[in-house]
Design a protein around this ligand. Structure first.
Ligand SMILES: O=C(O)c1ccc(O)c(O)c1
Ligand SMILES: [Mg+2]
Length: 616
């Protein structure tokens, strides 16, 4: 089965698009009419370029508004069709996409439509070409692939078949099982796109918000599963109309496109118990550690902060300038090395979280899958700790269960007394990462394609200087949680973080405790600087959550934030930022499943009061 991409999915000139598709490893490319018409390259030159790069042209598209048109538009449509056939012959392309008619002038008379489409099939037959009829979700008469299939059967011409596009079917909520009614031999082509689930005009939704399978909320996996089930083995092609993709790196979108197609095909094969090319998604057991690369000038402040937060220095690396700080199951590794990965990370980003360590069910399989999906791996000096490159060039170590204890033991001179002391923090609750908007979908795909994770509904969060989108990603058991944040607003805290740290990275780490009030008292007594929350917030919270006088007082005294929903109650407080960069959150989660999103604007407003640079 071949991987294809429509030229419209990539930014740049037609030549840029072709080169990006070839470099990413696609087999075939669909030429979008407008890309070709606007190109200075002739059809022959285009064909040569494509051939020289090892690609073939799989489809020419779209051809619009043919069936059921009144005279003289009908004759003109057929003349246009012949001209496109000429172009296709020169391009070396034998398939044309014909969209169902969107013109208000078109007749809905079945007989006329079928006669016109048969005529088109006849003309295609004379040239040895195939036409695929695609039901656009907003077409005037035919907007459902089931209807398109009825028409294709009625047209009954060897050169006329159906073209399926997951966006049109899934945005109309056409059941994927309906694909089983279709004869695979009559499927001329398949286009795939995912999209966020929105309540929006379908044309607008389709032209601006499509994204790669695995980046949205559609059941593209189910769609492909049904196609494979009926025996379709033609190309799967990405047709992604997306505002961001039009302006971002074609190389990134093309590379993610291959990852996306291979991951969705793998998932579909698994659903059908068929052989697949790679191990399944890595199952995350939990988060074993986070590692900070710390510059020499930040060493004392970082160690002080770890101690103030209730962590104990539990071990020193036997050979390296690396420390292990621990509280409960939360491990902080502070890396002060003057060489190696951590050093290069901090030279780029400043003192920062440079790696996370995940415990997974099968680390070797996780690495194999990551490689199969175009992930970059990192060979560490500890063979039981292979790693995959993650956001901003950070590392994601993947450890088998039971390996971590041995690694701590063998690599570190552990302090038994410190380890025996129970810390006030139980575990790392979640990590918050900030990424450039252009890479937001890319990093989502990374987590969803490589690991077995679930998404919550994305949240809009109000920063005083802009709106931030926050997407929570977690493993099914909730032992690994990540929020991914991005914004277009130049002066929002997230953007300042990106500028200051030279790229995407982890902005905060949340620690969980069973008793946030005592933790709050303890860290304050130790001298940790916490983020002040305004009295207005606490007045509101006291009424909204029916807090007792004593609870209200504690919230004020400890600058706590609170949220409650059907899943439970959440308490939070924040540290001040380290070096105006990353910061820490402390939470008491009980059975609550969210991340305190209603409080994020309060936190961001509180943090913005510390900004020193003016808002331009
Ligand atoms: O938005 C459109 O017009 C359009 C064109 C061609 C397609 O294949 C498609 O799915 C949509
Ligand atoms: Mg389409």
């Amino acid at each position: 089965m071949k991987n294809a991409i429509a030229s419209v999915s990539l930014s740049g000139t037609l030549e840029d698009k072709i080169r990006a598709a070839a470099a990413a490893g696609f087999d075939e490319i669909e030429i979008f009419d407008l890309d070709f018409v606007a190109s200075p390259l002739s059809a022959r030159e285009t064909r040569k370029l494509i051939g020289d790069l090892g690609l073939t042209v799989s489809l020419y598209q779209p051809f619009r508004d043919l069936e059921g048109m009144p005279a003289p538009l009908r004759e003109r449509a057929f003349a246009r069709l012949e001209q496109k056939f000429d172009v296709m012959a020169e391009l070396g392309c034998d398939r044309l996409l014909l969209c169902s008619n969107c013109s208000s002038l078109s007749s809905g008379d079945r007989g006329r439509m079928i006669a016109d489409l048969r005529e088109a099939g006849e003309r295609a037959g004379r040239r040895g070409l195939l036409i695929g009829y695609e039901a656009l979700a907003w077409a005037t008469h035919v907007w459902d692939h089931r209807e398109a299939w009825e028409i294709v059967k009625a047209v009954d011409h060897p050169n006329f078949g159906i073209l399926l596009d997951s966006f049109h079917s899934l945005s109309r909520q056409v059941p994927v099982e309906s694909i089983r009614e279709i004869d695979p031999a009559k499927i001329v082509y398949v286009q795939l796109a995912d999209a966020p689930v929105l309540d929006m005009d379908r044309l607008y939704w389709s032209r601006h918000f499509r994204n790669l399978p695995g980046q949205g909320g559609f059941d593209v996996e189910g769609y492909v599963t049904e196609l494979l089930r009926i025996g379709y083995d033609g190309p799967l092609s990405l047709e992604i109309f997306n505002d961001r993709f039009r302006s971002t790196s074609a190389a990134l979108v093309a590379k993610d496109g291959v990852r996306s197609l291979n991951a969705v095909r793998d998932a579909a094969c698994r659903n059908l118990a068929r052989q697949t090319a790679m191990p399944g998604k890595a199952e995350i057991v939990g988060l074993e550690f986070v590692e900070f690369a710390v510059a020499p000038e930040d060493r004392a402040a970082m160690e002080t902060m770890a101690a103030e937060m209730g962590f104990a220095l539990a071990g020193r690396h036997r050979a390296k300038d690396v420390e292990l700080w621990r509280s409960g199951a939360a491990n902080l590794v502070l890396n002060f090395e003057e060489e190696g990965f951590a050093r290069s990370y901090r030279l780029t980003h400043g003192s920062a979280l440079c790696a996370i360590g995940l415990t997974v069910k099968d680390s070797a399989a996780a690495i194999t899958r990551a490689k199969a999906l175009g992930g970059k791996t990192h060979v560490s000096d500890i063979p039981s700790m292979p790693a995959i490159r993650g956001v901003g060039g950070s590392l994601v170590y993947v450890l088998d269960e039971g390996v971590a204890a041995g690694v701590w033991e063998s690599e570190f001179e552990l302090d038994a007394a410190a380890l025996a002391r129970p810390g006030p923090i139980e575990a790392i609750d979640h990590l918050a990462v900030v990424v450039h908007t252009d890479e937001f979908l890319s990093w989502q795909l990374y987590w969803r394609a490589l690991f077995d994770v679930r998404l919550q509904t994305a949240q809009d969060v109000v920063d005083p200087n802009g709106l931030v989108v926050s997407q929570a990603i977690q493993n099914p058991s909730g032992t690994f949680r990540l929020t991914m944040n991005s914004t277009d607003a130049r002066n929002a805290l997230s953007s300042r973080f990106l500028n200051q740290t030279f790229g995407a990275g982890f902005q905060h780490i949340a620690f969980r405790t069973a008793d946030l009030v005592s933790l709050g008292k303890q860290v304050r007594a130790s001298g940790l600087e916490c983020l002040p929350i305004p009295a207005n917030y606490h007045d509101d919270a006291a009424a909204r959550f029916a807090l007792s006088a004593e609870e209200g007082e504690q919230m004020r005294a400890l600058d706590l934030l609170i949220d409650e929903d059907a899943t439970g109650r959440y308490l939070q407080f924040y540290s001040r930022a380290f070096n105006k960069s990353f910061f820490f959150e402390f939470v008491q989660r009980d059975s609550y499943e969210g991340y305190g999103a209603p409080n994020a604007p309060i936190r961001l407003a509180a943090q913005s009061r510390y900004r020193t640079e003016p808002v331009p």
